[in-house]
Design a protein around this ligand. Structure first.
Ligand SMILES: [Zn+2]
Ligand SMILES: [Zn+2]
Length: 145
């Protein structure tokens, strides 16, 4: 990958909220936690992260709403169409996490692991060879509450 990559561009279903993020990204992972499953109405959510100074809301300052989903974390969604887009947490200070499904352009990496796998939907079967991290994994310590 080159150092000067095109910005990552994405947004919500209705188009009111759009954002831009500058690579390189920090990580990309599938999250199976119950909060993500509920918030997105999905089996799991694939997130990638960027330092918050490389994230920019292009449109939708008034449409983007934040839901405080735990004492540490909040989730950003479009108040018009309900698309769940963003995650920010004092557990990961200085980072903006973005739902990969809302991106229109390629990003610089592929999903590398599954986390909170012990919380996964029983009807979903992981069928790849990526590493799996349970809730009690030391790597997830900051995200448990
Ligand atoms: Zn929208
Ligand atoms: Zn999650």
């Amino acid at each position: 990958m080159t150092e000067h990559q095109d910005p990552i561009i994405g947004g919500c279903l209705c188009g009111a909220v759009s954002y831009e993020a500058e690579p390189p990204t920090l990580f990309c992972a599938h999250c199976h936690c119950r909060w993500c499953r509920r918030a997105h109405g999905a089996a799991f959510v694939t997130w990638f992260g960027v330092p918050e100074e490389r994230f920019r809301l292009v449109e939708g300052v008034e449409d983007l709403r934040w839901y405080q989903s735990s004492t540490r974390s909040r989730r950003g969604f479009c108040g018009t169409c309900g698309t769940t887009l963003l995650f920010a947490s004092t557990s990961s200070p200085g980072e903006m996490h973005i739902a990969l499904a809302t991106v229109d352009t390629p990003i610089d990496r592929e999903p590398a692991l599954h986390c909170f796998v012990d919380q996964k939907a029983p009807w979903w079967h992981i069928d790849d060879d990526l590493p799996t991290l349970p809730t009690d994994s030391p790597a997830l310590a900051h995200y448990r509450d």
